[in-house]
Design a binder for this molecule. Structure first.
Ligand code: ATP
Ligand code: MG
Length: 413
Protein backbone atom coordinates (compact mmCIF):
# COMPACT_ATOMS: atom_id res chain seq x y z
CA UNK A 1 0.00 0.00 0.00
CA UNK A 2 1.28 3.44 -0.85
CA UNK A 3 1.10 5.73 2.18
CA UNK A 4 1.31 9.48 2.65
CA UNK A 5 4.89 10.73 3.06
CA UNK A 6 6.37 11.08 6.54
CA UNK A 7 5.52 14.48 7.97
CA UNK A 8 2.50 14.96 5.69
CA UNK A 9 -1.12 14.45 6.55
CA UNK A 10 -4.52 14.00 4.90
CA UNK A 11 -7.02 16.47 6.27
CA UNK A 12 -10.60 15.26 5.87
CA UNK A 13 -13.73 14.01 7.66
CA UNK A 14 -14.14 15.28 11.20
CA UNK A 15 -11.24 17.72 10.88
CA UNK A 16 -12.37 19.56 7.81
CA UNK A 17 -15.11 21.71 9.36
CA UNK A 18 -12.59 23.13 11.84
CA UNK A 19 -10.05 23.78 9.09
CA UNK A 20 -12.67 25.62 7.05
CA UNK A 21 -13.67 27.61 10.11
CA UNK A 22 -10.05 28.63 10.76
CA UNK A 23 -9.71 29.71 7.12
CA UNK A 24 -12.97 31.71 7.21
CA UNK A 25 -11.85 33.50 10.38
CA UNK A 26 -8.49 34.33 8.83
CA UNK A 27 -10.20 35.70 5.75
CA UNK A 28 -12.70 37.79 7.72
CA UNK A 29 -10.25 39.20 10.26
CA UNK A 30 -7.49 39.96 7.74
CA UNK A 31 -9.89 41.54 5.24
CA UNK A 32 -11.58 43.59 7.96
CA UNK A 33 -8.14 45.03 8.67
CA UNK A 34 -7.68 45.98 5.02
CA UNK A 35 -5.37 43.15 3.94
CA UNK A 36 -5.95 41.73 0.45
CA UNK A 37 -5.46 38.07 -0.35
CA UNK A 38 -2.41 37.11 -2.43
CA UNK A 39 -1.75 33.65 -3.84
CA UNK A 40 1.83 33.16 -4.93
CA UNK A 41 3.21 29.93 -6.46
CA UNK A 42 4.12 27.02 -4.23
CA UNK A 43 7.57 26.75 -5.84
CA UNK A 44 10.03 29.50 -6.61
CA UNK A 45 13.62 29.83 -7.80
CA UNK A 46 15.90 28.39 -5.10
CA UNK A 47 17.93 31.58 -5.16
CA UNK A 48 14.93 33.54 -3.86
CA UNK A 49 15.05 31.64 -0.56
CA UNK A 50 18.84 31.48 -0.38
CA UNK A 51 18.88 35.26 -0.47
CA UNK A 52 15.48 36.10 1.00
CA UNK A 53 15.46 33.73 3.97
CA UNK A 54 19.21 33.78 4.38
CA UNK A 55 21.98 31.23 4.16
CA UNK A 56 22.72 31.14 7.87
CA UNK A 57 19.20 29.87 8.67
CA UNK A 58 18.17 26.31 9.45
CA UNK A 59 15.57 26.61 6.72
CA UNK A 60 18.09 27.20 3.96
CA UNK A 61 20.80 24.97 5.38
CA UNK A 62 18.79 21.90 6.26
CA UNK A 63 15.12 22.14 5.52
CA UNK A 64 14.53 23.00 1.88
CA UNK A 65 12.88 20.76 -0.70
CA UNK A 66 15.04 21.65 -3.66
CA UNK A 67 14.81 20.07 -7.11
CA UNK A 68 16.67 20.40 -10.29
CA UNK A 69 14.30 20.54 -13.23
CA UNK A 70 15.42 20.44 -16.82
CA UNK A 71 12.70 18.91 -18.98
CA UNK A 72 11.96 20.16 -22.44
CA UNK A 73 13.97 23.32 -22.31
CA UNK A 74 17.08 21.49 -21.19
CA UNK A 75 18.53 24.41 -19.27
CA UNK A 76 18.41 23.19 -15.71
CA UNK A 77 16.83 25.41 -13.08
CA UNK A 78 16.88 24.82 -9.38
CA UNK A 79 13.48 25.28 -7.80
CA UNK A 80 12.38 24.97 -4.17
CA UNK A 81 9.01 24.29 -2.56
CA UNK A 82 8.33 27.38 -0.49
CA UNK A 83 9.42 26.93 3.15
CA UNK A 84 7.68 30.21 4.07
CA UNK A 85 5.84 32.89 2.16
CA UNK A 86 7.44 36.25 2.88
CA UNK A 87 10.10 35.82 0.21
CA UNK A 88 7.45 34.89 -2.38
CA UNK A 89 5.23 37.86 -1.53
CA UNK A 90 8.22 40.21 -1.68
CA UNK A 91 9.24 38.74 -5.06
CA UNK A 92 5.72 39.38 -6.32
CA UNK A 93 5.68 42.91 -4.87
CA UNK A 94 8.86 43.73 -6.76
CA UNK A 95 7.94 41.93 -9.98
CA UNK A 96 4.60 43.75 -10.26
CA UNK A 97 6.02 47.12 -9.34
CA UNK A 98 3.63 47.47 -6.44
CA UNK A 99 5.73 50.20 -4.87
CA UNK A 100 4.24 52.56 -7.46
CA UNK A 101 0.90 52.52 -5.61
CA UNK A 102 0.59 54.71 -2.57
CA UNK A 103 1.47 52.85 0.62
CA UNK A 104 0.59 50.85 2.55
CA UNK A 105 0.17 47.71 0.47
CA UNK A 106 -1.30 45.01 2.69
CA UNK A 107 -1.53 41.30 1.83
CA UNK A 108 -2.69 38.10 3.52
CA UNK A 109 -2.21 34.49 2.53
CA UNK A 110 -3.15 31.00 3.71
CA UNK A 111 -1.48 27.93 2.29
CA UNK A 112 0.93 25.00 2.52
CA UNK A 113 4.65 25.39 3.28
CA UNK A 114 7.34 22.69 3.06
CA UNK A 115 10.28 22.04 5.34
CA UNK A 116 12.37 18.91 5.59
CA UNK A 117 12.32 18.59 9.38
CA UNK A 118 12.13 15.73 11.85
CA UNK A 119 8.37 15.13 12.18
CA UNK A 120 7.00 15.37 15.72
CA UNK A 121 4.03 16.89 17.50
CA UNK A 122 3.49 20.36 16.02
CA UNK A 123 6.18 19.85 13.39
CA UNK A 124 5.44 18.51 9.93
CA UNK A 125 7.11 18.52 6.54
CA UNK A 126 4.08 19.92 4.80
CA UNK A 127 2.25 22.34 7.08
CA UNK A 128 0.14 25.45 6.62
CA UNK A 129 0.66 29.08 7.44
CA UNK A 130 -1.75 31.99 7.56
CA UNK A 131 0.04 35.30 7.44
CA UNK A 132 0.09 38.96 6.52
CA UNK A 133 2.69 41.32 5.03
CA UNK A 134 2.45 45.12 5.16
CA UNK A 135 4.66 47.25 2.87
CA UNK A 136 5.62 50.90 2.76
CA UNK A 137 5.29 52.17 6.34
CA UNK A 138 8.27 52.61 8.62
CA UNK A 139 6.29 54.05 11.53
CA UNK A 140 5.44 51.84 14.52
CA UNK A 141 1.78 52.16 13.49
CA UNK A 142 2.50 49.40 10.94
CA UNK A 143 4.07 47.08 13.54
CA UNK A 144 1.03 47.69 15.72
CA UNK A 145 -1.39 47.03 12.86
CA UNK A 146 0.29 43.69 12.18
CA UNK A 147 0.44 42.58 15.82
CA UNK A 148 -3.15 43.60 16.52
CA UNK A 149 -4.28 41.68 13.43
CA UNK A 150 -2.53 38.55 14.71
CA UNK A 151 -4.13 39.00 18.12
CA UNK A 152 -7.58 39.64 16.61
CA UNK A 153 -7.31 36.49 14.51
CA UNK A 154 -6.42 34.43 17.60
CA UNK A 155 -9.31 36.03 19.50
CA UNK A 156 -11.71 35.17 16.69
CA UNK A 157 -10.68 31.54 17.22
CA UNK A 158 -11.44 31.79 20.93
CA UNK A 159 -7.74 31.89 21.88
CA UNK A 160 -7.37 34.78 24.27
CA UNK A 161 -4.76 33.63 26.77
CA UNK A 162 -1.68 33.47 24.57
CA UNK A 163 1.50 35.41 25.31
CA UNK A 164 2.92 37.98 22.91
CA UNK A 165 6.72 38.11 23.24
CA UNK A 166 8.40 41.19 21.89
CA UNK A 167 11.96 42.29 21.19
CA UNK A 168 13.79 44.80 19.04
CA UNK A 169 16.91 43.91 17.08
CA UNK A 170 17.61 47.50 16.09
CA UNK A 171 18.70 48.80 12.72
CA UNK A 172 21.74 47.43 10.84
CA UNK A 173 23.96 49.77 12.86
CA UNK A 174 22.69 48.67 16.31
CA UNK A 175 22.53 45.10 15.09
CA UNK A 176 26.19 45.30 14.16
CA UNK A 177 27.27 46.59 17.57
CA UNK A 178 25.23 43.84 19.17
CA UNK A 179 26.76 41.20 16.90
CA UNK A 180 30.29 42.35 17.63
CA UNK A 181 29.79 42.30 21.39
CA UNK A 182 28.31 38.84 21.22
CA UNK A 183 31.19 37.60 19.09
CA UNK A 184 33.68 39.08 21.50
CA UNK A 185 32.20 37.57 24.63
CA UNK A 186 31.63 34.16 22.99
CA UNK A 187 35.07 33.92 21.39
CA UNK A 188 36.66 32.00 24.30
CA UNK A 189 33.70 29.57 24.27
CA UNK A 190 33.61 28.96 20.54
CA UNK A 191 35.10 25.47 20.83
CA UNK A 192 32.27 24.39 23.13
CA UNK A 193 29.41 25.67 20.99
CA UNK A 194 27.57 23.28 18.66
CA UNK A 195 28.54 23.07 14.97
CA UNK A 196 25.53 25.14 13.94
CA UNK A 197 26.56 27.90 16.33
CA UNK A 198 30.12 27.81 15.01
CA UNK A 199 28.70 28.47 11.54
CA UNK A 200 26.36 31.16 12.87
CA UNK A 201 29.29 32.76 14.67
CA UNK A 202 30.76 33.53 11.27
CA UNK A 203 27.62 34.22 9.27
CA UNK A 204 25.04 35.68 11.65
CA UNK A 205 26.07 35.71 15.33
CA UNK A 206 22.68 36.96 16.57
CA UNK A 207 21.16 33.69 15.46
CA UNK A 208 23.27 31.94 18.09
CA UNK A 209 20.74 33.16 20.67
CA UNK A 210 18.06 31.13 18.89
CA UNK A 211 19.99 27.86 19.42
CA UNK A 212 17.98 25.04 20.97
CA UNK A 213 21.04 22.94 21.91
CA UNK A 214 21.04 22.43 25.71
CA UNK A 215 24.80 22.77 25.98
CA UNK A 216 24.82 26.08 24.13
CA UNK A 217 21.93 27.34 26.24
CA UNK A 218 23.96 26.61 29.35
CA UNK A 219 26.82 28.71 28.05
CA UNK A 220 24.47 31.66 27.49
CA UNK A 221 23.44 31.38 31.15
CA UNK A 222 26.95 32.32 32.35
CA UNK A 223 26.74 35.68 34.13
CA UNK A 224 29.27 37.59 32.05
CA UNK A 225 27.66 36.33 28.81
CA UNK A 226 24.12 36.94 29.94
CA UNK A 227 25.04 40.49 30.82
CA UNK A 228 26.27 41.15 27.29
CA UNK A 229 23.17 39.54 25.77
CA UNK A 230 20.81 41.55 27.92
CA UNK A 231 22.60 44.85 27.50
CA UNK A 232 20.99 47.42 25.21
CA UNK A 233 22.57 48.24 21.86
CA UNK A 234 19.69 50.18 20.50
CA UNK A 235 20.21 53.64 18.99
CA UNK A 236 17.90 56.55 19.84
CA UNK A 237 15.80 56.20 16.71
CA UNK A 238 15.27 52.47 17.19
CA UNK A 239 14.45 53.02 20.85
CA UNK A 240 11.85 55.61 19.91
CA UNK A 241 10.30 53.20 17.42
CA UNK A 242 10.13 50.44 20.02
CA UNK A 243 8.75 52.78 22.71
CA UNK A 244 6.07 53.97 20.34
CA UNK A 245 5.05 50.41 19.51
CA UNK A 246 4.82 49.53 23.21
CA UNK A 247 2.79 52.67 23.86
CA UNK A 248 0.27 51.75 21.14
CA UNK A 249 -0.01 48.18 22.40
CA UNK A 250 -0.56 49.46 25.96
CA UNK A 251 -3.24 51.82 24.64
CA UNK A 252 -4.96 48.89 22.93
CA UNK A 253 -4.67 46.70 25.99
CA UNK A 254 -2.55 44.09 24.21
CA UNK A 255 -0.50 42.28 26.81
CA UNK A 256 3.10 41.46 25.94
CA UNK A 257 6.38 40.52 27.58
CA UNK A 258 9.84 41.60 26.47
CA UNK A 259 12.10 38.66 25.62
CA UNK A 260 15.66 39.77 24.91
CA UNK A 261 16.63 36.33 23.67
CA UNK A 262 14.07 36.50 20.89
CA UNK A 263 15.96 36.88 17.60
CA UNK A 264 13.75 34.77 15.25
CA UNK A 265 14.95 32.20 12.78
CA UNK A 266 15.24 34.30 9.65
CA UNK A 267 18.15 36.52 8.68
CA UNK A 268 16.25 39.48 7.36
CA UNK A 269 14.57 40.89 10.46
CA UNK A 270 15.39 44.30 11.91
CA UNK A 271 13.83 46.32 14.72
CA UNK A 272 10.61 44.66 15.91
CA UNK A 273 10.45 40.88 16.25
CA UNK A 274 7.65 39.01 18.00
CA UNK A 275 6.28 35.56 18.71
CA UNK A 276 2.98 34.42 20.13
CA UNK A 277 3.14 31.34 22.32
CA UNK A 278 0.89 28.91 24.11
CA UNK A 279 1.98 26.75 27.04
CA UNK A 280 -0.57 24.18 25.89
CA UNK A 281 1.61 23.30 22.89
CA UNK A 282 4.54 21.90 24.89
CA UNK A 283 7.96 22.29 23.33
CA UNK A 284 6.66 23.52 19.97
CA UNK A 285 5.04 26.44 21.73
CA UNK A 286 5.06 29.18 19.07
CA UNK A 287 1.89 29.61 17.01
CA UNK A 288 3.00 32.83 15.40
CA UNK A 289 6.26 34.51 14.43
CA UNK A 290 6.76 37.88 12.86
CA UNK A 291 8.69 41.06 12.61
CA UNK A 292 9.97 43.96 10.58
CA UNK A 293 12.14 43.41 7.54
CA UNK A 294 12.99 46.84 6.14
CA UNK A 295 15.97 45.66 4.09
CA UNK A 296 14.46 42.69 2.28
CA UNK A 297 12.72 44.36 -0.66
CA UNK A 298 15.87 46.22 -1.63
CA UNK A 299 18.05 43.17 -1.03
CA UNK A 300 15.91 41.21 -3.51
CA UNK A 301 16.23 43.92 -6.13
CA UNK A 302 13.34 46.32 -5.44
CA UNK A 303 13.35 49.93 -4.30
CA UNK A 304 14.03 50.30 -0.60
CA UNK A 305 10.69 49.65 1.17
CA UNK A 306 10.02 49.16 4.86
CA UNK A 307 7.85 46.11 5.64
CA UNK A 308 6.48 44.07 8.52
CA UNK A 309 4.52 40.82 8.76
CA UNK A 310 3.79 37.57 10.57
CA UNK A 311 3.11 33.88 9.89
CA UNK A 312 0.88 31.60 11.99
CA UNK A 313 1.23 27.84 12.06
CA UNK A 314 -2.24 26.52 11.26
CA UNK A 315 -1.62 22.94 12.52
CA UNK A 316 -0.62 24.36 15.90
CA UNK A 317 -3.72 26.58 15.92
CA UNK A 318 -5.80 23.52 15.08
CA UNK A 319 -4.63 21.67 18.18
CA UNK A 320 -5.56 24.67 20.36
CA UNK A 321 -9.06 25.53 19.15
CA UNK A 322 -12.35 23.95 20.18
CA UNK A 323 -13.34 21.68 17.32
CA UNK A 324 -16.33 22.52 15.13
CA UNK A 325 -19.07 19.96 14.58
CA UNK A 326 -19.95 19.84 10.89
CA UNK A 327 -23.36 21.41 10.28
CA UNK A 328 -26.19 19.29 8.93
CA UNK A 329 -27.56 19.63 5.44
CA UNK A 330 -30.75 21.74 5.29
CA UNK A 331 -33.01 19.23 3.50
CA UNK A 332 -33.15 15.59 2.55
CA UNK A 333 -35.80 14.80 -0.05
CA UNK A 334 -37.42 11.44 0.71
CA UNK A 335 -39.27 9.95 -2.25
CA UNK A 336 -39.79 6.83 -4.35
CA UNK A 337 -40.16 9.02 -7.41
CA UNK A 338 -36.49 9.69 -8.22
CA UNK A 339 -37.25 12.02 -11.12
CA UNK A 340 -39.48 14.34 -9.07
CA UNK A 341 -37.06 14.15 -6.14
CA UNK A 342 -34.15 15.21 -8.35
CA UNK A 343 -36.11 18.14 -9.75
CA UNK A 344 -36.96 19.39 -6.28
CA UNK A 345 -33.38 18.90 -5.06
CA UNK A 346 -32.09 20.89 -8.01
CA UNK A 347 -34.52 23.76 -7.36
CA UNK A 348 -33.56 23.92 -3.69
CA UNK A 349 -29.83 23.90 -4.46
CA UNK A 350 -30.37 26.70 -6.99
CA UNK A 351 -31.84 28.65 -4.07
CA UNK A 352 -28.72 28.03 -1.98
CA UNK A 353 -30.24 25.38 0.26
CA UNK A 354 -27.98 22.44 1.01
CA UNK A 355 -30.01 19.43 -0.10
CA UNK A 356 -29.48 15.72 -0.58
CA UNK A 357 -31.52 12.73 -1.67
CA UNK A 358 -31.04 8.98 -1.87
CA UNK A 359 -28.80 8.03 -4.76
CA UNK A 360 -29.42 4.33 -4.15
CA UNK A 361 -33.23 4.44 -4.67
CA UNK A 362 -33.79 2.62 -1.38
CA UNK A 363 -37.07 2.10 0.46
CA UNK A 364 -38.79 5.03 2.17
CA UNK A 365 -37.85 3.93 5.70
CA UNK A 366 -34.15 3.60 4.80
CA UNK A 367 -34.20 7.04 3.22
CA UNK A 368 -35.76 8.57 6.34
CA UNK A 369 -33.18 6.86 8.52
CA UNK A 370 -30.37 8.38 6.46
CA UNK A 371 -32.13 11.76 6.47
CA UNK A 372 -32.35 11.86 10.23
CA UNK A 373 -28.59 11.33 10.48
CA UNK A 374 -27.48 14.06 8.12
CA UNK A 375 -30.29 16.61 7.65
CA UNK A 376 -32.27 19.17 9.59
CA UNK A 377 -35.50 18.56 7.65
CA UNK A 378 -36.89 15.76 5.52
CA UNK A 379 -39.14 16.79 2.64
CA UNK A 380 -41.45 13.89 1.96
CA UNK A 381 -42.55 13.60 -1.62
CA UNK A 382 -45.00 10.71 -1.80
CA UNK A 383 -47.60 9.94 -4.46
CA UNK A 384 -50.20 12.04 -2.65
CA UNK A 385 -47.83 15.03 -2.38
CA UNK A 386 -46.89 14.89 -6.05
CA UNK A 387 -50.46 14.49 -7.24
CA UNK A 388 -51.93 17.24 -5.03
CA UNK A 389 -48.93 19.53 -5.27
CA UNK A 390 -47.79 20.00 -1.67
CA UNK A 391 -44.85 18.98 0.54
CA UNK A 392 -44.74 17.18 3.86
CA UNK A 393 -41.94 18.69 5.92
CA UNK A 394 -40.58 16.76 8.85
CA UNK A 395 -38.41 18.48 11.46
CA UNK A 396 -35.87 15.76 12.17
CA UNK A 397 -34.88 16.96 15.62
CA UNK A 398 -38.44 17.33 17.01
CA UNK A 399 -40.21 14.80 14.78
CA UNK A 400 -42.93 17.35 14.08
CA UNK A 401 -44.42 17.14 10.59
CA UNK A 402 -46.42 19.72 8.65
CA UNK A 403 -48.01 20.36 5.31
CA UNK A 404 -46.34 23.02 3.16
CA UNK A 405 -48.28 24.38 0.22
CA UNK A 406 -45.71 26.20 -1.87
CA UNK A 407 -42.05 26.00 -2.80
CA UNK A 408 -41.47 29.56 -1.56
CA UNK A 409 -42.73 28.58 1.85
CA UNK A 410 -40.16 25.74 1.93
CA UNK A 411 -37.38 28.24 1.46
CA UNK A 412 -38.26 29.85 4.79
CA UNK A 413 -36.90 26.79 6.59
P1 ATP B 1 10.18 26.71 15.21
O1 ATP B 1 11.12 27.42 16.11
O2 ATP B 1 9.02 26.06 15.92
O3 ATP B 1 10.88 25.80 14.25
P2 ATP B 1 10.20 28.70 13.19
O4 ATP B 1 10.87 29.88 13.77
O5 ATP B 1 10.94 27.80 12.28
O6 ATP B 1 9.49 27.85 14.34
P3 ATP B 1 8.59 30.38 11.52
O7 ATP B 1 9.43 30.23 10.34
O8 ATP B 1 8.61 31.61 12.29
O9 ATP B 1 8.85 29.15 12.49
O10 ATP B 1 7.06 30.04 11.14
C1 ATP B 1 5.96 30.62 11.82
C2 ATP B 1 5.09 29.57 12.45
O11 ATP B 1 4.88 28.48 11.56
C3 ATP B 1 5.70 28.92 13.67
O12 ATP B 1 5.49 29.71 14.81
C4 ATP B 1 4.92 27.61 13.75
O13 ATP B 1 3.66 27.81 14.36
C5 ATP B 1 4.71 27.28 12.30
N1 ATP B 1 5.67 26.26 11.84
C6 ATP B 1 6.97 26.43 11.49
N2 ATP B 1 7.53 25.26 11.10
C7 ATP B 1 6.55 24.33 11.21
C8 ATP B 1 6.49 22.92 10.94
N3 ATP B 1 7.53 22.25 10.47
N4 ATP B 1 5.31 22.27 11.19
C9 ATP B 1 4.25 22.93 11.66
N5 ATP B 1 4.23 24.26 11.91
C10 ATP B 1 5.36 24.95 11.69
MG1 MG C 1 11.90 25.94 12.43
Amino acid sequence: MIKAQRGTKDIFGEEIATWQWIFENAKTVFQNAGFEEIKTPIFEATELFNRGVGDSTDIVNKEMYTFSVGGIEKNETSITLRPENTAGVVRSYIEHNMSRQSPPQKFWYFGPMFRYERPQAGRQRQFHQAGVELFGIKDATADTEVIITAVNFLKSLGLADLTVELNTLGCPKCKNDYKNSIKEILAPHLENLCDDCKMRYEKNPLRILDCKNENCKKIFEKDEIKEVILKDYICDECREHFDELKKYLDELNIKYTINKMLVRGLDYYNRTVFEIKSEALGSQSAVCGGGRYDGLVEMLGGTSTPAVGFAMGVERLYTLVDKITPSKTDFFVVSNNTKEAMKLVQKLRENNKSTEFDLQKRKFAKQLEKASKIAKYAIILGEDEIEKNFYSLKNLSTGEQKKIDSFDELLDY
